[in-house]
Design a protein around this ligand. Sequence first.
Ligand code: FES
Ligand code: FES
Length: 191
Amino acid sequence: MFAMRVLTLDVNGDQQETAAPDHWTLLEILRYRLGLTGSKQGCDKGDCGACTVLVDGKPVLSCLTLGAEAQGCSVQTIEGLRPAHLKRSEAVEGTATGGIDPVQDAFDRCGALQCGFCQPGMMLSARALLDRTPNPNREEIQKALSGNLCRCTGYTQIIEAVETAVAESVGADAPRPSWVEDRVHLREEAL
Ligand code: FES
Ligand code: FES
């Protein structure tokens, strides 16, 4: 019989109280107590970053974080990612437009996914970076995402998606994606 603990967490702006075995990780509580399955259980040992969530605004690996460590903290999962200006009630009820975070929008438009398993962690790591460094360079983006592994897309379009979100957030022109360059190159070769 495991010792149980009652935890109080602020998850995506909602106050949550839940009881879970003492040894459960934050990831297990999010997925199996609160039903927030957007945070993925990939390696479950700190290697892949698929379980990344923001705790008090900082990216953490929820598979390596005990639930008790998050007691009283503010936790943001992919389900709670939305534009900063959008109130939670508007996002939930769909009463306002622009209900997805610019990072999510850029990932979508840049085709920065295949199976999508890595995306929640990637996008939350990117959001945390942009919140602390609004205009990061490519090296800073690569470093911020270095703990998030993608098994199928490769990283070029993911980095470009973050660069697109950055450019648009500071009013600059978005960089032309490499796949557009590749197509232009192929077309020129075919002529
Ligand atoms: S599931 Fe947490 S790092 Fe892989
Ligand atoms: S899109 Fe499949 S793991 Fe990244």
